[in-house]
Write a protein that binds this ligand. Structure first.
Ligand code: DGJ
Length: 558
């Protein structure tokens, strides 16, 4: 990245034409919405975070050298890395900017962006990143109290001194970013980390109990679409068994909302919070999941209490396909852009990046992808380092060069993407007059049986009425003219492969033909034509292996 975009303009002067350099600053990254679709604008255009999050203790001068080689291997365009409050404010009111400056400088050297994670009051429900001077004063910076009256390993959202300290520190950090980052290396900031509390559903301190027995605030009633039976009804009366978890979400989101607002006032970067999830398919009772954070059941409370937070983002450590897809669905809402700040980069989960693209995600970032803590190796695998990086690297090698086009087409509503689901060997993507038919486990020429390991994925974007950008891995993509709903339901999928039994072809059905299938490569962000594919390469549909391949396909009917 360059410090400035220099635009040379010729201007007339009395002595002739003079060259003037017009210096334009990079605009601050921002999240925009149009028609329910979101984009993260970086340098004024939609951008996709193809990220990787480092391990928790990797953001130190001694450990960063083990981070960058992994980022390079991955072809990630963004590193998500923590900023530790304990390092940032070693003495109260004295801020140490050295670590922020180090990671900024090194990210620029490596030509990657940053998403910085403010490990402040909360880290995985605890207060472990509070500076020592706070840890040593638990009366002032107090913890949550459980039902038995004991303090637990979680900061109280009612600790006013902690809130004030976090607001000041976070604002100082954001102010510093504003001054130190005119290049806009930093795209977004995560406020806290997996906020909430484990081990008790809410704070049972006398102050908290008093509020819990008092009326539910009007904005919470509105957010949860509740009208109390009697005016001034308390939490229990309004929300029954969910009352305690809603109450804690209200308290935590109000706290985090104020920290976020203080930071945003200093520097208005997009801000998000990450969520430790509850089971998306069969959520357990309150108490079985982290309470108070932005779990799916309290999203409206968080939206109402923390408007300075732009995105509520799920950390997805789930391998079950249905559950993974359900989480994407829960956090992809008209009032919430989909962003996945943490997930597993394992071979079976990597395909879900495409499911996220299908729901218009603005970014995605598997966790723990650096060389400070190499994951266990599976039996029979030799390259210990690449085993855990390779599935994500595979995705980013393909999408990285075309990232700006993918982001733009997604924001324009022209892009669809999907990942293989067990027991569903064919998936249909609808594009007006055309359907894209994605098949898995065809062996190139056979019918769709589903891959042995369900790792297929596909991405299709409509460039013109009859022209598509197509890519994917381990799948076949073909096109058919969109039929009526009845024709679709009849299963008459006419994709023009030689296997299509003629009995299935409706006489009135229009068949597709390829006008041309261009293979290309993205260079400097633009599709560059390489060759026309025909014959064996198209007669059986467009087959994608695990080699990165991008096609521009024009179709017509006969
Ligand atoms: C989720 C947290 O947000 C991360 O910081 C990390 O602790 C992972 N869990 C587990 O390694």
């Amino acid at each position: 990245m360059k410090n400035f975009i220099i635009a040379a303009v010729l201007a007339a002067s009395s002595s002739g034409l003079a060259l003037q350099a017009q210096v334009k600053e990079h605009p601050v990254p921002r999240l925009v919405e149009n028609d329910g679709r979101y984009a993260l604008l970086v340098d004024g255009a939609p951008f996709l975070v193809l990220g990787a999050q480092s391990n928790n203790s990797s953001d130190w001068p001694a450990t960063l050298p083990k981070v960058w080689p992994a980022i390079e291997y991955l072809h990630a365009n963004t590193l998500e890395t923590p900023i530790y409050w304990e390092q940032f404010e070693p003495q109260q009111g004295q801020f140490d900017y050295s670590e922020v400056d180090t990671v900024l400088a090194q990210a620029r050297e490596h030509h990657v962006h940053l998403v910085l994670l403010w490990f402040g009051t909360w880290k995985n429900g605890s207060q472990h990143y509070m500076p020592e001077w706070m840890k040593l004063d638990p009366q002032r910076y107090f913890h949550v109290m459980n039902k038995e009256g004991e303090f637990v390993d979680s900061p109280s959202p009612f600790a006013a001194a902690s809130l004030e300290a976090d607001k000041r520190a976070f604002a100082a950090f954001m102010q510093h970013l504003k001054e130190a980052d005119s290049e806009r290396t930093v795209l977004m900031v995560q406020v806290e980390n997996e906020t909430g509390t484990w081990g008790t559903v809410r704070d049972y301190s006398p102050e908290a109990n008093k509020l819990f027995d008092g009326p539910v605030p009007a904005e919470v009633l509105k957010a949860m679409d509740k009208t109390p039976a009697a005016p001034g009804a308390n939490w229990e009366a309004v929300f029954g068994p969910e009352a305690e978890v809603y109450f804690h979400a209200w308290a935590v989101s109000r706290y985090v909302g104020q920290v976020a607002a203080a930071g945003k006032a200093a520097y208005p970067l997009p801000l998000y919070v990450n969520a430790a999830l509850r089971d998306p398919l069969t959520p357990g009772a309150p108490g079985t999941y982290e309470s108070g954070g932005p779990t799916d059941n309290v999203i409206p409370i968080w939206k109402a209490e923390a408007p300075a937070i732009d995105i509520l983002a799920p950390d997805i450590y789930i391998s079950n396909t249905e559950a993974y897809l359900k989480v994407l669905d829960l956090y992809h809402r008209p009032d919430n852009a989909l962003f996945i700040p943490e997930t597993s980069g394992a071979v079976h989960e990597a395909r879900f990046l495409f499911s996220a693209f299908g729901l218009q995600a603005i970014g995605y970032s598997p966790f723990g992808l650096d060389y400070t803590r190499t994951r266990p190796v599976r039996p029979g695998e030799s390259d210990a380092q690449n085993v855990f990086l390779e599935p994500t690297a595979q995705n980013y090698r393909l999408i990285g060069p075309m990232m700006r086009d993918v982001a733009r087409l997604s924001f324009e509503g022209k892009l669809q993407a999907t990942a293989e689901v067990e027991g569903e060997p064919t998936q249909i993507l609808h594009f007006g007059n055309w359907d894209a038919v994605v098949s898995y486990g065809t062996g190139g020429r056979g019918p769709a049986k589903g891959n042995h390991d369900p790792i297929g994925r596909a991405l299709v974007a409509q460039l013109k009425n009859n022209q598509f950008l197509v890519t994917g891995y381990d799948c076949r993509v073909d096109f058919r003219p969109a039929g009526t709903e009845q024709q679709r339901k009849s299963g008459n999928i006419v994709v023009g492969t030689r296997q299509t039994p003629s009995a299935l072809i409706d006489a009135k059905w229009q068949h597709r033909q390829f006008l041309h299938v261009e293979e290309g490569a993205y260079e400097n962000g633009a599709f560059k034509f390489l060759c026309i594919l025909n014959g064996d390469q198209t007669d059986w549909g467009l087959n994608f292996s695990l080699e990165p391949e991008v096609l521009r396909v024009s179709v017509a009917t006969y």
